[in-house]
Structures are given as C-alpha cells and as structure tokens.
Design a protein around this ligand. Sequence first.
Ligand code: GLA
Length: 756
Amino acid sequence: MIINQNGIFHIQMEEYSYLFRIDPYGIVQHLHFGAPVRTEDAEGFFCHPGLGWGSCTVLDDADSGTCLDDKPLEWSGSGRGDYRESPIELSGRSTDFRFAGSRTYKGVAPFDCTLPQAKGDCETLEILLEQQGLRLKLIYSAFATALVRRTVLENTGSEPVSLNKLMSFSLDLHGDFRMTTFNGGWIAEMRRQDTPVGGSKVVNESLTGASSNRHNPGFLLWEEDATETSGRVYGFNLIYSGNHYAAAQQSLQGFTRVMQGINPSNFCRILQPGEQFETPEAVLCHSDAGFGDLSCRMHTFVNHHIVPEYWQGRPRPVKYNSWEGCMFDFSQRRLLDLADRAKKMGCELFVLDDGWFGQRNNDRAGLGDYAVNRKKLPEGMEGLADRIRAKGMEFGLWFEPESVNPDSDLYRAHPDWALTDEFTPVLGRHQLLLDLTKPEVRDYIVEKVSGLLDSAKISYVKWDMNRHSIALGAKAHDFVLGLYEVLGRIFGLRPRILLESCSSGGNRFDLGMLCFSPQVWCSDDTDPIERLTIQGNLSFLYPQSTFGAHVSAAPHAQTLRATPLATRGNVAFFGCLGYELDLKHLLPVEEKEVKAQIEFYKAHRSVFQYGEFSRTALGWQVSDGTTTIAGVFHTLVHAAPGYEKLRITGLNRDSVYSVTSLAQAIRVGQFGSLLKHVVPVNIDPNGALLRLADSRFTLKNAVEDLTASGAALHSGILLKPLFRGTGYDENQRTQGDFGSDIYIIVPKKQDFSEIK
Ligand code: GLA
C-alpha cells in the first residue's frame, strides 16, 4: 500500500517499509527503508538539523538548518550545497530539483525504450521533481519482497541538454555498513569481497560493455553483526546487462549514500527539447533477519517478477550439452550416438553447442554465418532435430549472434556491420561484436535466428557472447538496448523456447538477461569445488532455478582437479542439472551412477530448482516445506577428522522426520595399493586388473537412515564418521578429498506419541 499523508510518503508492505518526506523547500528527504513500521512513526526518523554544521552552504541564509550536505536525501543534485556524490550530472550545470507532484497506480510504469523490467503484481508511485527546463521522475514500484526504483529525465526547455550521468536511484541510509561485491573473471566468477564503507568511496562497476564477470552488478550492504540468520542486510541489483556503476560512501553525519545505475564513465547523451532518458530499474531489498532471509526475498522476486512468465515455476529439463565432450569435432553420427547414451542415462534435452554452421571448425572462423554445415550434419538441422526428438528428447541449439569472426562471409560482405573505432580492430577470441545499434544488423540477427528456430523443432537456445565491447558510454548503452530489442523480437514470439544465456560462462549473469532467459550458464568452470564458490555466491542474489549447472569430466579442464562423480552431481543438483562430457568414455560403474543421479534429481527436481535455499555450515539446504535436502561438501580433508553436526532449519520442531542419505558408490581404483589391506590378493596398483575392477566394482559409502524430531534436527545430528586412516568400513563415509553427501529429510507419518 502506498500512503501519502501530510507530505510523508510511505510504501508500506508486509515485508518492508520505505518512507520519505517532502520538506518545506520541496526537497525529498529519506526517512526509513527497513522493517515494516507505521506511518505515524515517520517523525522518529526525521533528521533535525539543529543549528546546522560548520562550513555549510545553505539553501536559505535565514535558516542555518537548510544545508543539503548533512541530510539523508532521496535524490540529490550538484552545485547547491550537497558535496557528496550526485546521482545526476549535466555538463557544467547545477541541478536543484524540487517536488512538483506525485501519482500512484496499480502495476508497473512501462518503458518507452526496450529496457526489460520487473513484471507482475505491484503498486507504483511516481514523484515528479522539476527545475527550470527539466522534469525528473523518481519511480517506485513496490513488489512484495523488493522495491524497484528508476528515474526518467525529460528536457522540458527549449535548448539541448547534455546528460553525463543519471542513476537509477540514490539513497542515504543511516548506519555503518560493509559492502559485499562479487568480482572475478573468466572461469573465476563471483569471488566475494567485503569492504567496510567509510569516508572513502567504495565502487562496484563494469566497463566491459556487459554487466561482466569482473564485477557482478548485484551487491550487499550489511551491518557488521549480520549473520546468515540475523542482522540487517540490504541487497541491490540492476535490471541491466551493460556497463553498471554503484557506489557507497559514508558522510560525517553517519549517512551512507548508496546509488546504482548505468556507468557514467564516458557517458554523454544530448537530450533535445522534448526528449527524455530512462534509466534501467534497480532492485532494492531489505532484511533484518540476515543474509539467508535477504537471499530468499531476492529469490522470490526473481522467480516471480523477473524470469519470463511462461517459465516461472516451470520444471527445467535435464540436459546433455555437446561442448566439453566434442568441442568442434562432431558428425551427425557422433551426435546421435551421444544422444542415445544421453537418453539411456535419463537426459531430457540434447543441446548441440558451437561448431554446427559455416566454417566453424575452430573459434577463428565462421561466426556470423548461420548456414548449417552439411558436411557435419548432412540432413540439416531439421533432420538432426527430428532424429533426436524421435529418441524421446527435446533438441536445443547454441548461437552467438552478437559476434562476427573477420574470417566469415558476413564480415566479408558487411565489414561496416562490425563494431570498430578509428584504430586497427582489436579482437577478442578472434572476433568482433556486431554493431547492434544499427537496425539492419538487428534485422539480420532476428531473421537468421528466427529462421533457424522455425526450420527445425528447437525447444531450447543457448545464447552466447564471448567478447568484451569497445563501445563507450552512450553507444555501449544503445548496444544493450539493441540486444534487448533483438531478444524481444525473437523470443517474445516464441515464449516456450527455453533460453539459456551465456557469455563465456557468467560474463552476463544479470537481471536484464534473466528477463528473457530463465537460466544463465554460471561459468565455464565446471569443477564442483569451484562451483561451490560460484553457485554459493550467486545464491546471495539469484535463485537456483537460474543456474545452469553441469557435470563434466574429471580431471577438470579448468583446474586439472580430479573430483568424485558423486560430488560433481551433488553440486550440480542445486541448479538446473545437465551433463557435459563424452558419455562414450563413461565406465560401466559411472554409467550406473549417472543414471541414479538423474533419477534422484528428477524425483526431487522442484525442491532443487524452486525450494527455499539456505547456505549452511556444512553446505547448502533446499526445502519445499515438506521435503528438505541438505548437501554436505568437503574440500581438502584432514587426517583424523572429528564428527560433523548436520543442522536442519525450517522444520516443525514437534514433527518426526526420516533422514536418509543418497547411496553413493566408492570407486575401488581410488585406493590404489591400499587395496591389499582389504582383499586377499596383492593387486598391482598400476595394473590392468585394478583398472578392470575399478570400471566394474564399487565399495559402499555409509548410508544414513534414522528418525529424528524437528527439534533434534534443528539442534543438529552427528553424521556417520569420516575415513580416519584406520581401515574401510561400510558405516563410514570413505570419501577422501572433495567428497560430499546428500541427505533427504521428509516427515514421517507417525509422531512421538505413536512411537510410545
Ligand atoms: C563459450 C561458452 C561455452 C561454449 C563455447 C563454445 O566459451 O561459455 O559454454 O558454448 O563458448 O564456443
């Protein structure tokens, strides 16, 4: 509900309150963003200036309390006494916007441009601010678990205006905060960094043209005592896939100014009289119950208001992807053989990755030419798709439509379609970007991709993008608008196609892409131990339904680390499961294990994809309110490990639950010469006999099977012992480095009184 009472605006939701007031000068002063309060509480949040502070520039010389610099503001300007960072910059001009009106309505405020936006049930408040020749709208859309803000600047004067910066929101929060950002690079996405926010500014920004794997646009601000289950935490994110910028800085008065929007670096837009500029939407979320609750609120928001409607809550298929197994080296025969194997394992979707078109036999040529390579696929895409579908699987295809190799027919025909500057082109992965600001380029992409999608029965698209942009400022923004137009034209008409966005892995994991693609390929790093960091840190802001998570071959291409197949599966379960390895090389024991993994995942798919997710002391937990599944993950083991306590949250303390663990095969090969201690013959650890045994026989890992109350599980149960160097036993978790277990907790029919 949005309340407007005596100059106080209150966005009053069940989960949060957001209050600000219009002061006698028409300045919008922030009051509160946090736990729900009453409108009558507003006065308690007033910032009383008293006699002001020393060295102030005041709006009204007769009133020493009218300095903008010391106040918590909902929006600020330049050149009028607020010397903190301004969310708006016009070339060489002051800005001093004053309140001019407001309106509220049901639903969102639709964009005039192609920017994507949050959708669904909400109420919107528009605050109109004006100064001579300019009109600024602050737009607030109140969704159940998050507030969405954006701004629109309109030139109402008669002269052009040069806009250098316009943030989606600015906000002054009282408190001492730390800022968590997620940084990295290729195969190293989402590395968490915590920085105290003090008098020096903390900035999170990307300048690569995309939201980037270097600095994800999502970030957190939290008070020092916050934990997973308690304390004050804010989450912020931008519904945008281009260069972003966010900053936080604390003032002497104890207000932390936080803002987010399009990166102003090199940005300049000339607004002609009558023209307007719209910023992307920013998402603001609060919890006073810790990181876990904040994440759940963000997850709910993304699942209900960001991903395309058709895919909201819809089960995602278990897929097989050809990339890591085949790379560019395949024929229809090889693909069909893989498809047979994938089907036998239980996969539901077969995805043909890169290499199916033009001269695309390596990454140096062919991008841009989407004619099917008939040498590799003699029956064309339709033929291949039909054959795969005849096996009982859906068929999906990889595209990289935003890029072009100079060695391609497209580039030879239209060199001017590539995005270049006045210098010799700089290549990234041997490619250039196409200039999506040009309508003819957008038409080409729409025509080529749509044509293919309609020529064969394709129900999934992996939309890749593998280079950074050189476009600066406003052109970089127009590129992103062009991309959104293209995605809208192709997939708006084909909403049932499952789109998975990818950009060298997680180089564009953002809410803008998620408005079109319900899933994103998290990273080209498929090592499960690395994925604990990548998926674990993504989980602060994004739900597991959005994670493309695959099991690949070990040793891993990215780390050379060998990890157990069980752990590869156990980590990928907490996302949208897929397999990406040459299935032909699976040993019989591995085939059996993969089959069992897929069967288990399918039985619990909705809990894994849409259950409430928590980060726990030992790993991750998901729950749909009935079934709870906990993953316990190990990295490097220590000798003589102590007991581990598994704590399960969210259960009914008085109910009784059965706790079982997923049976797991222990490969005999991993014991090498140690086998002589458990079998009567002295087996050569490097010999053929061990290799044969390893491919066919497995040992048992401890299986949990007990009954416990919710109260006991809440306080924690002791798990079966880990291997301690004293021998093999069926009741021990004999796993070694990178081992893991999955526990399934479901209510038992009877309760304690019946047991008595
Ligand atoms: C990128 C993607 C990979 C794969 C290759 C194909 O690196 O992230 O998953 O699709 O391109 O060239």
